[in-house]
Each structure stands twice: as C-alpha cells, then as structure tokens.
Design a protein around this ligand. Structure first.
Ligand SMILES: Nc1nc2c(ncn2[C@@H]2O[C@H](COP(=O)(O)OP(=O)(O)O)[C@@H](O)[C@H]2O)c(=O)[nH]1
Ligand SMILES: [Mg+2]
Length: 389
C-alpha cells in the first residue's frame, strides 16, 4: 500500500513539475516581451529625467507653490488621522510610518495573498504596483529581477512566502555602514546640509541641534540661506528651541561669508559641532556647483583634511524627483549621506531604496513629523520592520 501511494505521489509530483516548467517557459517568453517594452519606456523615462533635472533646480516659483500645496495636503490628512499624528515622544516608528504601511507596502502584501502559484502574472502585478508608487522603472526592474533570483535560490514555491523574500531584498539595498553622523570628540565637527527648497533642511537642522545639545554638545549653526529674511528667522526660532547658537548675516549676504564666520565662531567658542544651513533656490546646476564648491573650499581651508558630513535632505513624498535631486547633488558635491523627511506624511517611501541602491550612501536620519523630536536615527532593520509588519 505504502509503496503504491509513494509511486502514485511521485507521478503526481512529476506531472506538477512538468506543468510548472511549461508555465515557467511561457512566463519567460512573456517577460522577454515585456522587457523589450520596458526598455523603450526606459529610454523615454531618461529623456523625461533630463527635463526634470532642469525643472527641479530651475523653477523656483513653482517649487514654492508646490510646497504650499504639499502643506495643505498634509494638513488635510492630519485632520483625517489626528490620533496618530499628534502623539509625540513615545510614538513608535511603526505608528509614525503608518501611511507608508497602509500605502505602498500594504498594497505589496496583497499581491502575494490569495494566489495559488508564483507566476509571471504575480510579478507583473508587483511591477505595476512598484512603478505606480513612484519607484521608477529602473529600480522596479532591479527589485523584480533580484526577487526572482532570490525566490529561486531559496526554492520558494508559495506566493505568500515571496513577501518575506521581498522584504529581505529591499532591506539588502539599504546601506548599513556609517548611518550615524560622524561626530568625534576633541574636534570641531562640521555638518553641511544641502537640498532643494522646501525639503525640510532648516527643520531638520533644528531637530539635529536639539539632539546634540541634549547630548551635552555645544552647537553653532550658520544661516547660509541668505535668500530670504524669513529663512533666517525660521532658523533662529529652531536654534532657540534647540538651545544652540546662530551666526547670521543680513538678507542677500554672501553665503560663503556666513560659512566663514560660522566656522570662526565655532572655533572661538570651542564648539563640538557646526551645522551649516544652505539655500535650496539655486538657479541651475552650474550655479549650484559654484556655490557649493565655494562653501566646500571655505570649510576645507578651515578644517584641513578632517572629514566632514555633507548631507542631502530629501522630501520622502517626492518619489522619482528625489532620486533626480540625489543624482544632481551627488555630482556637484561629495555627499556623505542622506536625510529623508516627511515619511510621516506619505504613502510612498520608495525613495529610500532607490537612493541607497543607486548612490550607495547611507541614510542617516528620517524625518517623521514637524516636531522637534520627530527625527529618528535610521536603522534599516527597524525601518523595514516598521513598514512591513
Ligand atoms: N510632516 C513633516 N513635515 C516636515 C518634516 N520635515 C520638515 N517638514 C515641513 O516641511 C516644510 C519645509 O521645511 P523647511 O525646513 O523650511 O525646508 P527647507 O526649505 O529645506 O529649509 C515645513 O513646513 C516643515 O515643517 C517631516 O519630517 N514631516
Ligand atoms: Mg530653509
């Protein structure tokens, strides 16, 4: 009896395997076809990216109005979910990121549930979802390719078991080295903060300063965004709240001069950390390059070979545009890492994976709200757990 059962079972297994092979062949054919299409789309996308680079840096006025819109959009969302938004200090990362969990990452889970086999259709659905969530075609193709390889390597057969593999694949893109700010005792540590207008530079500087002061550090902040008087006032407000000190010049002053004076003040006052706030409204790539080159030269002249942080702040709600900003800034200045803000107010968050995978630089902090304590050290494991579980 047992022998027949085994024989029968084996035959059945062989048949299933045969069917699976056939299915796989069909899937591969379909994929090749869809890859061809995607290649064409990618070329289109690259052209679009070029256009967007211009737009991202050029269009000041538009940028401003987008920020207004974003703020209103956020406000509306706050009204809908006041309970989670307003809980502050002890709110878990999971709660802070609930929109990411409910948005993109929640949708991902649905792709793998209620299906009986791992097939091309499932992967296609995943591709669609990723592209729609602003992950970009390039990154989407990479994720799906890496996922398929990993699924195969692990011998995963059930769709619901693919989800944890996807989690690992995504976690694999996040950089785990140097995720903390490089702040050493016995020297003046310098942190240069760059990024386009409205991403949250000034707010983030306030939050970082507060953390450092709380740790007993003396912090001096340079208001090198001299474009608007309001920008300096906003920074001043944060500096006061954080218990740090500010170096400022009048509106329209040379940002380089502010940087110079800030470093000098930092030295005179024996500061542990000097943070430089910069302007995001630079008219084009050339202008941006010149301005940052000048600032970098002033810093290097002051601290010599000592390394310093050069952090790009990105708005987590911007999707692909954030990746473009990362590319441009990385070209014009030597970045040491990223801070991604507004992850409380987005259903996306895919930008973290794209920038990490492409630029291979660590995310140092994430911004999860407008409050002084709403800045979290970035830990890839904790982040993945917060958005997936
Ligand atoms: N919800 C949310 N809003 C943020 C976060 N970080 C910054 N903001 C808001 O984004 C807007 C622009 O910030 P700001 O610091 O002025 O940007 P900057 O132009 O880059 O200096 C402000 O309204 C901030 O309160 C964050 O992590 N979450
Ligand atoms: Mg600012």
């Amino acid at each position: 009896m047992g022998f027949f059962n085994k024989l029968f079972g084996r035959k059945k297994e062989d048949k299933v395997e045969e069917q699976e092979e056939k299915l796989e062949k069909e899937v591969v054919k379909e994929e090749l076809e869809s890859l061809e299409e995607q290649k064409e789309e990618k070329i289109d996308e690259e052209e679009k990216i070029d256009e967007a680079v211009e737009k991202a840096i050029d269009d000041e006025e538009k940028e401003e109005s987008t920020i207004d819109q974003e703020e209103t959009k956020d406000e509306v969302i706050y009204v809908e979910k006041p309970k989670v938004e307003k809980r502050s200090f002890f709110t878990s990362l999971k709660e802070k990121l609930f929109k990411s969990r409910e948005g993109l990452f929640g949708t991902l889970k649905n792709i793998f549930t209620g299906k009986s086999i791992v097939d091309g259709e499932m992967y296609e659905e995943l591709e669609d979802t990723l592209v729609q969530s602003d992950i970009g075609i390039e990154m989407t193709l990479k994720i799906v390719k890496d996922l398929k390889a990993e699924v195969k390597a692990r011998g995963v057969k059930k769709p619901e078991d693919v989800y944890p593999v996807l989690k690992d694949v995504l976690e694999g893109y996040l950089i785990t080295e140097n995720t903390k700010l490089d702040i050493q005792p016995g020297r003046m540590n310098v942190i240069l903060i760059v990024g386009v207008n409205g991403v949250g530079k000034t707010t983030t500087i306030g939050k970082i300063a507060a953390k450092l002061v709380k740790d007993g550090k003396k912090v001096v902040i340079g208001a090198a965004d001299t474009f608007r008087a309001a920008a300096v006032e906003q920074l001043e407000e944060w500096v006061k709240r954080a218990g740090a000190e500010i170096v400022k010049h009048p509106e329209g002053a040379d940002p380089g001069a502010v940087v110079f004076d800030t470093l000098k003040a930092g030295e005179d006052k024996n500061a542990d950390v000097v943070i430089i706030d910069t302007a995001g409204r630079l008219h084009n790539k050339n202008n941006l390059m010149k301005e940052l080159e000048k600032i970098n030269n002033i810093i290097k002249k002051k601290i010599g070979d000592q390394p310093y942080e050069s952090i790009l702040v990105l708005d987590g709600t911007t999707g692909q545009n954030g990746l473009i900003q990362a590319r441009v800034f990385n070209e014009v200045t030597k970045l040491t890492g990223f801070i991604v803000t507004k992850l409380d107010g987005t259903a996306k968050g895919g930008i973290l994976f794209s920038i990490s995978e492409e630029l291979k630089k660590p995310i140092k902090y994430i911004g999860v709200g407008e409050g002084i304590e709403d800045l979290r050290e970035f830990n890839s494991k904790e982040y993945i757990q917060a958005i997936f579980d």
